[in-house]
Every structure is written in structure tokens, then in C-alpha cells.
Design a protein around this ligand. Structure first.
Ligand code: AMP
Length: 542
């Protein structure tokens, strides 16, 4: 017997309809590429998203055709999020930090029909447009008078001219909720990038889950600053969840430096922010020497890379801000786990609570986790045994776009490529990427643990731990370190700093000072490149 409730497909268009009707006056504030601040409201987003839909219909774009963006976090990008997907097309957010060759490859692979781009990326589009034959229309996200006369890009129109004359009313189409809504290519550090293809259903379920109290805890009382880019995994789904709950959104545009982010938080009374550790490192680096304080910021979600304990401490102790450590990946829309305490933890001393907060957190309902060892054997949830982390759920990929890379699943589970422990309370802690793990004398050494100790040293700006071949122990860790500007630090001082913080055999064998640690397009450390940089390095004999 079937239930007798109405069956209404879960569609992204319903989010913007809801936002317009129920919290149409909540603000959307954006720092624009032009440098000024733009402000309007959710009801305006809804009108302009419908104009986007008309513009796409006017081009006779088919259902599921791809519309690409190369854009910062801003209001026009937000309108495309709803207008493109709502009208049945697929929003393809491209990461502008990728190499132009890779961008051209991705646009061709996705068979993008339209490319909407911020003027910052005009030179990039000029460099690649001739190699992207499927793109019929280029749309510069600007006013008509900002469009250069001699860009050399054919079929170029300004966004405001493109949507300007379109009617404000539009009837969103209804279709299967499993239809594709947006896509995001993985960073692709090895081989060609592969695309996760999200559906309307997966996006809406993720939006509901992300807003839950033990996940991002978003509400109509929040002013949210997503520093995490809309060009990578839909800014962790915040645009959708914010529409669902009616939060105010504050977009930083291209100004991602510590000073600009701090000023925006203060000016717009932001109480909630989300971003990767490097962004917050820049912001704290600006605040400390200038003796600055937050007047409204209360919580920040940090993920994308392991959040160093020193950062969680600094936010809490120096600024009174609660850090929520999160873990996820492109293939998971992206949220997998988030770290909040349980009731029974509330009476624990602060330092005991901190040990829990440092973990990547508990699974969200909608995400199943397990850790496996050799031969796919399930490993215990004892908080000690590391294993390959597998996931499954309604917003985890089943396969990649165009079947790229073959069947990624193992018995229905997606292998994340991360190595983790899970404790009896279900708190997961990432110890490594599987390709970065160090096995020394038969024991695992977590590169993240080694890095966390180094970055807790006041003279260290960034640290990356890699394994080096060792005749007796197979591998031994070394740590590559970037010093803070003007800071003094010797190898021996840093090694002494490890004493008492980790077991003796986990202390790295050496410290290599470098000017910079190579970062990938999503801000993660590129250890493959670091290994190449250090290919002539030899461990000290001892
Ligand atoms: P991406 O698909 O580019 O978002 O990268 C996903 C990967 O980032 C994960 O598989 C992890 O290796 C890493 N990652 C994300 N969040 C965290 C975190 N909180 N701690 C450690 N690694 C993380």
C-alpha cells in the first residue's frame, strides 16, 4: 500500500519561490568586482533568476544543457544558481584557479553552451574561447557599459543586457527530481578531472540536512558569509540552505584577503562564516597585529582541509568564536560530517571537549560511514584503528559524468580516498589522504598530526609533512615549513617543540624550510608537487 501524501518533486525552483514568498526582504549583500557594495533582497534574486530562465529559453537551450560560470561569490552568480537549474538546465561551476588548458578541457567535456564570467576572468576567457566550440554565448557579468568593445570574444553580451528586457514572471517547469541540476569537476590532481553531477533531489536533501542544528545550524536570524567559493561544490550548499531558511547572505566577491573579509564581517554584522583554513589564517594574520576584535561573529565552519587545533584555539580563546570542523568532498555535495558535541560532553572540562572538537565530526543523517582494512574488512569504531573511509547516501555520487573513470563504487560504497578513525560515539577523524599516508616501522604516522604540531609553533605559517624512503623504517616523516614573515626558527628548535606533543617515533626526522608550499586550485596542499620539489633531498643519517 502506498502512502497517500502528495508527491511533489524536490526541485531547486521551489527554494527560490519559497525564499521570495516567505523571506523576500532578507538581504543579499555583495562586494562586486568593481569594488563597491551591492545590496538587494531575496525577492529581487527571485525576479532576476526568472529573467535568467527566460534568457536561456530565448536561446532555445534544451533540458539538461550545460551553462557554465567562471565567477566569484556574488549576487549574479546566485541568480544563475536558481535561474539555470530552475529552468531545467545544468549549472556548471568552473574553478577559475585551474590552468587554462584544464578549463578548456572541462568546458569541452561538459559541452557547455553558455559561459557566464566575472570581468576578472576576461583575460582567461580570451585565452580559451577559441578552444571551446560548444559555447554559443558568452555572458560577462556586468553592466553593458563595462563591456570592452574589442574583447575578441564572439557572441559576447553583458549579463544586464542579456536578462534586462526579460519578463519578471515565469512558470518554473516541473520534472523528475532526479534530473541533473549542477555539476562540479574534482580537482583532478592525477589524470583528467571527473565531474560530480548533482540532481535536484540530492541538492534539496543536502540543503535540508545542512541547515540542521548539529550540521551548519542555519536560520532566518543568521547573516552568513560564505567565503568558500560558489565555483567549488556549490559553496558547501550554503546558497540553497540560505534560501530554505531565509538567512541574510554576504558575498565577498574577489576580495578574499584578510583585511577585506574582516571589514565585511564587521560592516554587515555577519555572525556566521564558512571557509577553508587558509582563508582564516589570512584573516587572523591581519587581526592579531592590528589588535582587532569581532563584534558579531559567533560561529565559523571550517573544512576542505584539516583545521589545525591552533586555529580552533585562537578563534575560541582570542575571539570568542566557535569553530565547527566539517569534512566533505565534491563527490558528496559536499557535506559528510560536522563536529558538534553531544549532551553527555557538555559537562566535560574544556580541554576534553577540545579533543572532540578537533575531529572532523559525526555523520549527518543521509551519510553512512565505514572504515575498512585489507580485503574490505570492516574495522572497529574504537577511535584508534585507521582505515579507508567509505561513504554512501542520497547526495553521494553513484558514478561520474559520462562514466569517466569507470564504476567508482565498491559494493555500493564510495571510497573517499581518505584514511580515518571513527570512535565509539561516531566521531570521525581524518588522519591522511590514502596516497599521503606514512608507514614507519609498521606503524602509521598521521601527516595531519605532524602538521598540526608544526603550525602551533608561533613562527610557522604553513607546514606539510611527507614520507621519505628509509632503509630501516621503510619511511620516515619530514616536515616542510614556511616561516611567518620575519620569524626566526631553526630545525632543532622546531624538532624540540614536538617533544611531549606526539610519541617519539612520530617526531619528524627533519625540517626543510621552503618559501612556499604548492597549493592546488581548491587551496589544498599539493604534496605530489612538494615531493617533486624535494626529489634531491636525502634524510639525515642517524
Ligand atoms: P574536494 O573534493 O576538492 O572538496 O576535496 C575533498 C577532500 O578534501 C577530502 O576527501 C579530504 O581529503 C579533504 N578534506 C575536506 N575536509 C577536510 C577536513 N576537515 N579535514 C581533512 N581533510 C579534509
Amino acid at each position: 500500500m502506498l502512502g497517500l501524501m502528495q508527491s511533489q518533486p524536490l526541485l531547486i525552483s521551489s527554494l527560490i519561490d519559497f525564499a521570495e514568498r516567505h523571506h523576500g526582504d532578507a538581504e543579499i549583500v555583495s562586494r562586486r568586482v568593481e569594488g563597491d557594495i551591492h545590496r538587494y533582497r531575496w525577492r529581487d534574486v527571485a525576479v532576476r533568476a526568472r529573467q535568467v530562465a527566460h534568457a536561456l529559453d530565448g536561446m532555445n537551450l534544451l533540458f539538461s544543457d550545460r551553462v557554465a560560470t567562471l565567477a566569484w561569490n556574488g549576487y549574479r552568480h546566485l541568480e544563475l544558481y536558481f535561474g539555470v537549474s530552475g529552468s531545467g538546465r545544468v549549472l556548471h561551476t568552473i574553478n577559475p584557479r585551474l590552468h587554462p588548458d584544464q578549463i578548456a578541457w572541462i568546458a569541452n567535456h561538459a559541452e557547455d553552451q553558455v559561459l557566464c564570467f566575472d570581468m576578472t576572468f576576461l583575460p582567461l576567457v580570451q585565452a580559451v574561447h577559441a578552444r571551446c566550440p560548444t559555447i554559443r554565448q558568452f555572458v560577462a557579468l556586468c553592466d553593458p557599459d563595462k563591456l570592452p568593445a574589442d574583447s575578441g570574444i564572439p557572441n559576447l553580451v553583458s549579463y544586464e543586457a542579456w536578462i534586462g528586457g526579460q519578463p519578471a514572471a515565469y512558470e518554473w517547469p516541473s520534472f523528475d527530481e532526479n534530473s541533473a541540476s549542477s555539476m562540479c569537476y574534482t580537482s583532478g590532481t592525477t589524470g583528467n578531472p571527473k565531474a560530480a553531477l548533482y540532481s535536484h533531489r540530492s541538492t534539496i536533501l543536502h540543503a535540508y540536512a545542512a541547515a540542521l542544528p548539529d550540521v551548519m545550524c542555519l536560520s532566518a536570524r543568521d547573516a552568513v558569509l560564505p567565503v568558500v567559493p560558489m565555483f567549488h561544490v556549490n559553496a558547501w550548499g550554503i546558497p540553497y540552505s540560505a534560501a530554505l531558511v531565509g538567512a541574510k547572505l554576504v558575498f565577498p566577491g574577489p576580495a578574499m584577503d584578510g583585511k577585506s573579509i574582516y571589514e565585511l564581517i564587521e560592516a554587515e554584522k555577519v555572525n556566521y562564516a564558512a571557509g577553508v583554513p587558509t582563508v582564516w589564517q589570512m584573516m587572523l594574520g591581519h587581526m592579531k597585529p592590528n589588535n582587532l576584535r569581532f563584534s558579531t561573529l559567533k560561529r565559523t565552519v571550517i573544512g576542505g582541509s584539516a583545521c589545525p587545533p591552533a586555529m580552533i584555539h585562537a578563534f575560541r580563546d582570542d575571539y570568542g568564536v566557535e569553530v565547527l570542523h566539517a569534512w566533505g568532498m565534491t563527490e558528496m555535495s559536499p557535506l559528510g560530517t560536522l563536529c558538534t558535541l553531544k549532551n553527555k560532553h557538555l559537562s566535560l572540562p574544556a580541554e576534553e571537549q577540545m579533543k572532540i572538537r578537533l575531529k572532523q565530526g559525526r555523520a549527518i543523517f543521509g551519510v553512512d560511514l565505514k572504515i575498512v582494512g585489507e580485503g574490505g574488512r570492516d574495522l572497529p569504531w574504537d577511535g584508534k584503528t585507521p582505515g579507508d573511509l567509505y561513504v554512501k547516501g542520497p547526495w553521494t555520487v553513484r558514478e561520474y559524468f559520462k562514466g569517466e573513470g569507470g564504476d567508482p563504487l565498491v559494493d555500493g560504497w564510495f571510497p573517499t580516498g581518505d584514511v580515518a578513525t571513527i570512535d565509539a560515539d561516531g566521531y570521525m577523524q581524518i588522519t591522511d589522504r590514502s596516497k599521503d599516508v606514512i608507514k614507519s616501522g609498521g606503524e602509521w604516522i598521521s601527516t595531519i598530526d605532524v602538521e598540526n604540531v608544526a603550525v602551533a609553533h608561533p613562527a610557522v605559517a604553513m607546514a606539510a609533512c611527507i614520507g621519505m624512503k628509509h632503509p630501516k623504517w621503510d619511511e620516515r616523516p619530514i616536515v616542510a615549513v614556511v616561516k611567518k614573515p620575519g620569524a626566526q626558527l631553526t630545525r632543532d628548535e622546531l624538532l624540540a617543540f614536538y617533544e611531549g606533543k606526539v610519541a617519539k617515533w612520530q617526531i619528524p626526522d627533519d625540517v626543510v624550510f621552503v618559501d612556499a608550499i604548492p597549493l592546488g586550485a581548491t587551496g589544498k596542499m599539493l604534496k605530489t608537487r612538494l615531493r617533486e620539489m624535494l626529489k634531491d633531498y636525502h634524510l639525515p643519517a642517524n
